[in-house]
Design a protein around this ligand. Structure first.
Ligand SMILES: NC(=O)c1ccc[n+]([C@@H]2O[C@H](COP(=O)([O-])OP(=O)(O)OC[C@H]3O[C@@H](n4cnc5c(N)ncnc54)[C@H](OP(=O)(O)O)[C@@H]3O)[C@@H](O)[C@H]2O)c1
Length: 256
């Protein structure tokens, strides 16, 4: 178990170029700020760039690409990922009826496949770090402790009834099974927060697999998820520790 939670990792000056999709989202927008604050070059694909803060959109290290990620042709996507040392997906379905039950049902999965194909198409000299914002509800079949019968039933129901849950599982499965651990061009990490909140960066814990039931976990501040992902983008030791893994992020228990 490791604890992070001050800003020292993300404040280190970094020479990275990172492509972010889902950049206008509640977590994606915090990640942009973290990456820019750390001195990195950032590219963001957004269908509505006007949602980004003015100071982010006009930052000299920021390049905004107005597009819907799944509509970008393969050749153009290869240009967007060319020269990037990291690609981060913070995509998530809009939580209304159309977003949950309408197309694209496999938004996260298809975006992961599209981006990975583009990275591989460029055959970069060094592997690109692919960071997927996923969920604690999706399992890492290699290491997750056996879930209780109750949790398994609930997750099976969610898989059938809530397409975004299945999408999150499939996106993780693509990295875990299809990209795997011996891909020449891609190294990956799927970050699994528990229920997200909008509080400030605080102490948080990173665990290899869930230690709580799906309804008994601790909340996770989106700011902490963004902080951890920014640290993964720039950190050497941290990346070596978590690449090809599916770390669970939870706020630390507050000490009185
Ligand atoms: N809610 C939770 O408690 C919880 C817990 C664990 C994990 N998660 C997962 O965490 C991830 C991110 O969560 P979040 O709350 O930060 O997300 P969010 O605020 O809902 O942001 C979602 C992002 O995805 C984009 N997007 C949505 N539909 C799209 C489409 N059809 N085409 C292109 N882009 C699209 C949005 O773009 P626009 O701004 O243009 O709409 C936005 O940038 C999700 O995958 C979610 O499943 C959530």
């Amino acid at each position: 178990m490791s604890k992070l939670g001050n800003n020292t990792v993300a404040r280190r000056s970094i020479a990275t170029t990172t492509l972010v999709v889902g950049a206008t989202g509640a977590t994606g927008s915090l990640l942009l700020e973290q990456l820019l604050f750390a001195g990195g070059q950032v590219r963001a694909i957004a269908r509505s760039p006007e949602k980004l803060k003015d100071e982010v959109r006009s930052h000299p290290n920021m390049k905004v690409i107005r597009a819907s990620v799944l509509d970008i042709p393969d050749a153009e996507m290869r240009e967007h990922v060319r020269g990037c040392s990291a690609v981060v997906s913070c995509l998530g379905h809009v939580m209304d009826f159309k977003g949950v039950y309408g197309a694209p049902k496999l938004l996260c999965t298809d975006a992961v496949c599209h981006l990975c194909r583009a990275i591989e198409g460029n055959a970069p000299a060094d592997p690109v770090r692919f960071i997927l914002m996923n969920t604690v509800g999706a399992a890492n079949p290699d290491i997750d402790a056996q879930r209780t019968l109750f949790d398994r039933v609930v997750l099976a129901l969610l898989r059938r009834a809530i397409p975004p849950h299945r999408d999150n599982e499939n996106a993780l499965q693509h990295l875990h099974q299809d990209v795997g651990t011996s891909n020449q061009y891609i190294e990956w990490c799927a970050v699994r927060p528990d229920s997200l909140t909008n509080s400030e960066v605080s102490q948080y814990e990173i665990l290899p697999s869930p230690v709580t039931g799906i309804f008994s976990g601790r909340p996770t501040a989106r700011a902490n998820v963004a902080h951890f992902m920014a640290a993964l983008v720039s950190g050497t030791a941290l990346w070596q520790q978590w690449k090809f893994q599916t770390p669970v992020v939870m706020n630390a228990i507050e000490q009185n």
